[in-house]
Design a protein around this ligand. Sequence first.
Ligand code: C2E
Ligand code: CA
Ligand code: CA
Ligand code: CA
Length: 281
Amino acid sequence: AKERGRNRAEIFDASLLFNTTKRAQMDVALRFALERNELKLVYQPKVSIINGAVKGFELLLRWNNPQYGAISPTEFIPVAESSGLVVPIGLWVLEEACKQLCAWQADYPEMKHITLAVNVSMRQLLQSSFLDDVTGILERTGVSPGLIELELTETSAMANPMQTIENLSRLKKLGLRLALDDFGTGYSSLAYLQKLPIDVLKIDKAFVQGLDKNPGDAEIVRLILALAQTLNLDTVAEGVETRGDMMKLKKMGCYLAQGFAFSPPVNADMAGEMLRDAQHY
Ligand code: C2E
Ligand code: CA
Ligand code: CA
Ligand code: CA
């Protein structure tokens, strides 16, 4: 009977096999994506809810493949994480961020305080050469480390607590800013948070969307803001889609936001235009 059960399981696994094949194909295509210039970056502004000023941008990957079309990072990042491709891709993103920051600093000298945030996978953070690679990029580009923010998800930081504290501490010593992404979904303890050398909590969009209409979400956001104040951390709300959510955040004391209510992620030229306009505030 046991044997039969196993066979049955194998039949049902046909879809899994299909998925595995699809992932393998995607992984092969992704290997060529970098050299074939199929990967692009878009920039989403982080905006002050108080006066609408652009404080910085988060860089988000886009992949347009001739065969598969546009593929979401929520689909290809997990593939790149399991194959390890996320390591070179992530370094490319960081280097692009630094180069773009230099270009904008030259074009818009009054916007010298602009920060750029890049997403970092645990797989990158655990790479023994990561610290040297980051140092190399900062040195080559001459970017001030305090203007670069690395975003790591709370969930991935929880997977390997001690290792994460150690690796983040080394990055912090370089002078980089560190943010805990998707915050509120990862069950960090207060004790652990206190040990993490982070600067920013990024409130997950699940609690931000519909904030003004959902008392449960508002309570969670209020708690996160109190926690951030206790630990002396900055906060950013992500996924701010409506004016209602924006006003609610302001009332609760969260002053930095990112989301469609301000702007979707845009290409570098459009992001540059935002800086040009902001320069004349
Ligand atoms: P994330 O870091 O949480 O990025 C925010 C996601 O929310 C982005 O999706 C962004 O386009 C989207 N978003 C922005 N504003 C709004 C809004 O008002 N409403 C809603 N519903 N969504 C909004 P995207 O670009 O598809 O990226 C998805 C995820 O892929 C990112 O989540 C991040 O975890 C990962 N990712 C993207 N680029 C990179 C990268 O360079 N490296 C790594 N490791 N991961 C990346
Ligand atoms: Ca992020
Ligand atoms: Ca996020
Ligand atoms: Ca919600």
